[in-house]
Design a protein around this ligand. Structure first.
Ligand SMILES: Nc1nc2c(ncn2[C@@H]2O[C@H](COP(=O)(O)OP(=O)(O)O)[C@@H](O)[C@H]2O)c(=O)[nH]1
Ligand SMILES: [Mg+2]
Length: 296
């Protein structure tokens, strides 16, 4: 114990896919550091977001969605990552969607037994037509999980976000800050660049995009404040390459320029982005340079 008035600690954000965990993290941090999508399972890595307020520092850990529908290696890996995230945190935010409590939600709750205080976030309250539906739902959650608090939130609009921070503050141990005051994440710019590009792929290709698509940052240099980033989009089959590139290269152009704008916002500086599409196994496809965006 220290005699500091400061509180600081780790908070894991858990919940089934699509409830809004990454959106919530971005809202709390005030920057897009974790990617979001209508398609479940977009978050593949643990992303740490840091929020510093007078007297308290929250270190949030966004987790890939807990999955129990398919027994794939990827899902097992994600579930293990959720369990590991929960193991060494001071508090857990369990995110559920307003009104809907599915078997998948309860499966996440089952992972949470074990002494760590849980704050339930009832997200997407902006979608509730009738606010009276909230109270019985919250009573049901209270009885089910005995949480430290239940906070209705709209991660999308920010409604309730301050209440959530207040509810969490008292659950964190008294200790000095763990990170610098102005740090917002521990992820490297390289990782963030890859994530932002991946998000645009999901957003602009939707269902057409195979899950196996990967992004690889081949070069990341900063010269005189300009970030030069070379990224490869890796697909499995030659046929998928055309989907990513689109007619006349339009799709890839959109993907690259939207990703670049997000990177510039997040990094606070100019970005020159070069994106290639490659077939994972096909060396013959490595040659074509496909899209450049940003200043030369
Ligand atoms: N209407 C509404 N949509 C939300 C809210 N929070 C997240 N979403 C949407 O829900 C989808 C899944 O969000 P995401 O953060 O990726 O969920 P995750 O899988 O739990 O990380 C995205 O389309 C978000 O825009 C909210 O408060 N209100
Ligand atoms: Mg996510």
């Amino acid at each position: 114990m220290t005699d500091t008035d400061q509180r600081a600690g780790y908070v894991a954000i858990v919940g089934r896919p699509n409830v809004g965990k990454s959106t919530l993290l971005n809202r709390l941090v005030g920057q897009k550091i974790s990617i979001t999508s209508r398609r479940p399972q977009t978050t593949r890595q643990r992303i740490i977001g840091i929020v510093t307020r007078p007297g308290v520092q929250y270190v949030f850990v966004d987790t890939p969605g807990f999955q129990n529908r398919h027994g794939s290696a990827m899902n097992r890996l994600m579930n293990r990552s959720v369990s590991r995230s929960i193991a060494d945190v001071d508090a857990v935010i369990w995110v559920v969607e307003a009104r809907q409590l599915l078997a998948e939600d309860k499966a996440v709750l089952a992972l949470l037994q074990g002494g760590v205080p849980v704050v339930i976030v009832v997200n997407k309250i902006d979608e509730l037509g009738n606010k009276n539906e909230l109270l019985p739902f919250m009573q049901e959650l209270e009885a089910l999980a005995h949480p430290a608090a239940i906070v209705p939130v709209s991660a999308k609009s920010g409604l309730g976000a301050d209440h959530l921070l207040e509810a969490l503050a008292g659950l964190l141990p008294r200790q000095d800050r763990l990170y610098g005051e102005d740090e917002i994440t521990t992820a490297s710019e390289r990782t963030l660049a890859a994530e932002l590009l991946r998000e645009k792929l999901f957003r602009l290709l939707g269902e057409e995009l195979p899950y196996s698509t990967a992004v690889e940052i081949e070069k990341f240099e900063i010269v005189d404040g300009l970030r030069r980033i070379h990224a490869g989009i890796l697909v499995d089959k030659a046929g998928q390459k055309g989907i990513v590139i689109g007619k006349g290269g339009e799709k890839l152009k959109q993907i690259a320029s939207q990703a670049r704008m997000d990177m510039e916002r997040l990094f606070g500086g100019k970005v020159f982005l070069e994106v290639w599409v490659k077939v994972k196994s096909g060396w013959a496809d490595d040659s074509a340079i496909l899209r450049r965006t940003g200043i030369e």
